[in-house]
Ligand binder design. Structure first.
Ligand SMILES: Cc1cc2nc3c(=O)[nH]c(=O)nc-3n(C[C@H](O)[C@H](O)[C@H](O)COP(=O)(O)O)c2cc1C
Length: 208
């Protein structure tokens, strides 16, 4: 698939076809992740792969509770002093799927990157985190090029350490995201998104 076609095709999916994914394809996608730029030249991230229902249920027990206790109807229909935003519509759609978008995906990939603790004092101190997000975006685009799609969930606050402990990730690594990969269900609703106009984002020489 041509590069811009993959870029334009990529979108977050939260519903899957009941169709197996060849593990050779997953390896190709992760190898595309490994081609990402890296801040320290070491490329020492690793991937944890979850395949079985038991593995996913064990890892994401907390996400299940979070998703199932959320009342989407109430949230979406709550009285607001302004019309509901696209972001709020997305939140109302996505939250109830935070568990199933991972548990029903044929594969969950958990990239882990070398860092004991995040230090956001300066932008450059976040280089390890920035690097793993380059890896993640390569994975998303490679999945799109393979006709697959991804869901993503960020470990919420202290849940990061809980999942890390459950999966026996060494203390020197952190988890940036949980990625579900599968064939997207073409019947899934695609919510409207904001698409900035690049012409309006340009500042030549300086901001103003
Ligand atoms: C940093 C980051 C965090 C995100 N966290 C979540 C998440 O926790 N759960 C979720 O369902 N989607 C999450 N998303 C996906 C966004 O909802 C999605 O990318 C956005 O709505 C744009 O849609 P698109 O990916 O289909 O273009 C996240 C995306 C990013 C970049």
């Amino acid at each position: 698939m041509e590069f811009y076609e993959a870029v334009n095709k990529r979108h977050t999916s939260r519903e899957w076809l009941d169709k197996d994914v060849d593990f050779e394809v997953i390896k190709r996608i992760l190898d595309a992740g490994n081609k990402a730029p890296t801040w320290d030249h070491n490329r020492n991230w690793q991937y944890i792969i979850l395949r079985t229902e038991e593995e996913k249920a064990y890892a994401f027990e907390y996400a299940k509770r979070f998703a199932f206790k959320f009342d989407a109807e109430r949230y979406l229909n709550a009285p607001r002093p302004y019309p509901i935003t696209l972001g709020q519509k997305m939140y109302g759609y996505a939250v109830p799927r935070q568990y199933t978008m991972l548990s029903t995906a044929p594969y969950v990939i958990i990239p882990v990157f070398r860092s004991k603790k995040l230090n956001g004092e300066t932008v450059s101190k976040l280089n390890p985190f920035a690097t793993i997000w380059c890896v993640i975006e390569n994975i998303f685009l490679a999945a799109a090029a393979e006709g697959l799609s991804c869901s993503m969930r960020i470990p919420l606050n202290e849940k990061h350490d809980i999942v890390k402990e459950k999966l026996k990730v060494p203390p020197t690594y952190m988890i940036p995201v949980f990625i579900g990969i599968g064939y997207p269900d073409p019947k899934e609703t695609i919510l409207e998104q904001y698409h900035p106009n690049v012409e309006e984002q340009l500042h030549f020489g300086r901001w103003k």
